[in-house]
Design a binder for this molecule. Structure first.
Ligand SMILES: Cc1ncc(COP(=O)(O)O)c(C=O)c1O
Length: 385
């Protein structure tokens, strides 16, 4: 054989297999078949193995199975981001002419997807109050096909009465989907509360290190086939390296969540005592309007919450406060080891007491909570400068 052929087809080598603790990473577009009859089987959809790079390579399957096991789901699929997991799940379960209800406190891009993408394909979307429960019946239409929940919801942290909503939905054959990113499957078991599809932005706590984007959707046995078929058709899969990083994050989820929970509660309680702070929006505090629901349904809380100030301050004063924080990065997303801060005013269909108020949202990382409290105290003192 000539050199260029020898480069591509070197003599067969036997390399000893190493049993590393983590599975070896396999990348690839082409996956080689052992023989032509396997290839023919694949063509007929009868081959049991992996046929191509879009057919969920081993890292992805290992991650999906680990998540499925954690969720106690029948099937899990991962996606290249949380928002793609949400969009793909919605598209898997609805069709033109259907009606969808989305809780008013859903992550902004979720609501936008419903209106701007589903709307374009003839699916009507309406908002459900952020603290909805059995009153969901007031919002149903004969063509309601899916109810999308996020509890606690983005920025304002209201809790929905999930079992009351899923009981109504089950009776009417309506699919329920829950974005369970805040609690993770460790602190809320969506399927025990009657949810049909559970979503995680893996980007947040499961990854835990702010170095990847990924999402997952996990379904009950009754909804697994719909999700799997749609997924196979769309071929929106995750990269092997990202799956490996997510698997790494998953190993330490329990210990990190315990720390996030304890630290966030320390900071939340300190803020609740602060003379400039009005309301701390943290479901595990007894002052939270749906604290009783949180206590009933959740077994823990995570590191993300918000607070309001007693007076509305001009942007210049807020910037003095936020810019003076030394331990809080200013940036989107959450669930990582580093503390973060954002501010915003919720724009809602159901204007509640927080309408028009500035919310300061904190992602409490893994720093010492006392240092975070000290930093917030010195930052708040800058409001009056
Ligand atoms: C509650 C919630 N769900 C979903 C997402 C989307 O996740 P991703 O950033 O992985 O697209 C976010 C992102 O901030 C979120 O806060």
């Amino acid at each position: 054989m000539r050199p260029s052929t020898r480069l591509i087809h070197p003599p067969q080598q036997t390399v000893p297999q190493a049993r590393t603790v983590n599975p070896p990473i396999q990348r690839g577009s082409t996956v080689l078949f052992d023989n032509h009859s396997d290839f023919l089987l694949a063509g007929r959809g009868e081959f049991g193995g992996i046929t191509y790079g879009t057919d969920r390579l081993p890292q992805q399957r290992i991650l999906e199975d680990a998540l499925r096991n954690l969720e106690k789901a029948a099937l899990t699929r991962v996606f290249p981001s949380g928002i793609s997991a949400i969009g793909e799940t919605l598209m898997a379960f609805v069709r033109s002419g259907d009606h969808v209800l989305v809780c008013d406190n859903a992550y902004g891009p979720t609501t936008r997807f419903c209106h701007d993408v589903l709307g374009k394909f003839g699916v009507r979307c309406d908002a459900l109050p952020p603290d909805a429960g059995a009153n969901v019946t007031d919002f149903l239409r004969p063509e309601t096909r899916l109810i999308f929940l996020e509890s606690p919801g983005s920025i304002t942290f209201e809790i929905q009465d999930i079992p009351a909503i899923t009981a109504v939905a089950r009776r009417r054959g309506i699919v329920t989907v829950l974005d369970n990113t805040w609690a993770t499957p460790l602190f809320l078991d969506p399927f025990a509360l009657g949810v049909d599809v559970s979503i995680q932005s893996v980007t947040k706590y499961i990854c835990g290190h702010s170095d990847l984007l990924m999402g997952s959707a996990s379904a009950t046995a009754d909804h697994a086939e719909t999700l799997a078929k749609f997924y196979a058709c769309r071929e929106i899969y995750a990269s092997p390296e990202d799956c490996q990083l997510a698997l790494r994050g998953l190993r330490t989820l329990t210990v990190r969540m315990r720390e996030h929970e304890a630290s966030a509660l320390t900071v939340a309680r300190a803020l609740a005592e602060h003379p400039l702070v009005d309301t701390v929006l943290h479901p595990a505090l007894p002052s939270h309007p749906q604290h009783a629901l949180w206590k009933r349904d959740f077994s823990g809380s995570s590191g993300l919450f918000a607070f309001t100030l007693k007076t509305e301050h001009p942007d210049s004063a807020m910037s003095r406060f936020i810019d003076s924080l030394e331990l809080f990065g200013i940036g989107y997303s959450w669930g990582g080891f580093a503390s973060l801060v954002t501010t915003g005013r919720p724009e809602r269909r159901f204007a509640g007491p927080l309408h028009g108020r500035t919310l300061v949202r904190l992602n409490i990382g893994l720093e010492d909570p006392q240092d975070l409290v000290d930093d917030l105290r010195q930052g708040l003192s800058r409001l009056a400068d």
